[in-house]
Design a binder for this molecule. Structure first.
Ligand SMILES: Cc1ncc(COP(=O)(O)O)c(C=O)c1O
Length: 285
């Protein structure tokens, strides 16, 4: 097998040759942001939207984007060409860079570390879509800038780990009685045919998949609204979905060990999934 090629600070190199200093602030402080971008049949999916969110994340941590949009596109396309899989997930990370000592204060001059790689997409198998997934709710113990796609993900990691211990695939995070999003996904419910998702705010990540679903719902004339989802509404929803770039739209059929609706993926999910797949087919060309 040929070795994976990754991008690091201007170079395309074999993974085994990649080195980052232990003084990198991404390593020491989680002082870094990232993006995960799908590619279908060699086409980067919603790249402009992902790069706009990257700009927002960088602004949120007081950093400038080290690369132009064109440079990002060129490097991601080149990485994608190195990966033999039809469907891929591209990961990019920008850290503040390497300081000369461990110090919280941001150095005046520092060069960002830029890392990117392409991996096979690894989407859930057909049985997961057929049966749906089980989730649990947990207190949201994250900070108050969850709109920034920061690599500082310890709270999300612990939430996912607890979900896994309890036989669930995802944790839905609840703050002040409101269900906001999953540990690595956005949240939708369906009530009497109406699709509901929490409004964008600093308490959740503005998901690219989330926005696309709302666009597709608009185009198809499916009613939707942005509204707070109280934990009790979540428990009584007809359907629950979680969404992300790599999971696409997953139906939740068990919430806190109780069936959601009739315990099967619902008709709105089925319709939306058909629209989503058709959209991907268009992109694939
Ligand atoms: C906390 C969180 N919310 C939402 C999402 C979904 O975002 P996207 O649809 O852009 O992948 C993710 C993706 O990883 C996430 O980590």
């Amino acid at each position: 097998m040929t070795e994976q090629i990754i991008y690091l600070n201007g170079e395309f190199i074999p993974l085994s040759e990649a080195r980052v200093s232990v003084f990198d602030r991404g390593f020491l402080f989680g002082d870094a942001v990232y993006e995960v971008i799908p590619a279908y049949g060699g086409h980067l999916f919603r790249l402009e939207e992902h790069l706009t969110r990257l700009d927002d994340s960088l602004r949120g941590i007081r950093m400038q984007n080290p690369l132009s949009r064109q440079k990002w596109r060129t490097l991601l396309e080149r990485l994608s060409e190195c990966c033999p899989d039809e469907d891929q997930s591209l990961y990019l990370q920008v850290t503040r860079g390497v300081g000369d000592k461990r110090d919280h204060g941001i150095p005046k001059t520092i060069q960002p570390t830029v890392f990117a790689m392409a991996n096979p997409m690894n989407r859930p198998g057909p049985e997961v879509y057929a049966e749906g997934i089980s989730v649990i709710t947990l207190d949201d113990i994250r900070w108050q800038l969850c709109n920034i796609k920061a690599t500082t993900l310890l709270a999300n990691v612990l939430a996912r780990s607890q979900a896994s211990d309890e036989g669930a695939a995802e944790a839905i995070l609840v703050r002040d009685g409101k269900a906001l999003e999953g540990a690595a996904s956005n949240l939708f419910i369906v009530n009497s045919g109406l699709i509901i998702t929490p409004p964008k705010s600093p308490l959740l990540l503005p998901g690219i998949t989330r926005d696309l679903i709302l666009e597709l719902a608009d185009d198809a004339g499916i009613p939707w609204c942005e509204a707070d989802i109280h934990a009790t509404e979540l428990a009584n929803a007809d359907e629950i979905w979680i969404t992300s770039s790599t999971k696409e739209i997953l139906p939740v059929t068990i919430l806190n060990r109780h069936p959601v609706g009739d315990g099967k993926p619902g008709p709105r999910w089925d319709h939306m999934m058909t629209l989503y797949r058709a959209y991907i087919q268009l992109v694939r060309g």
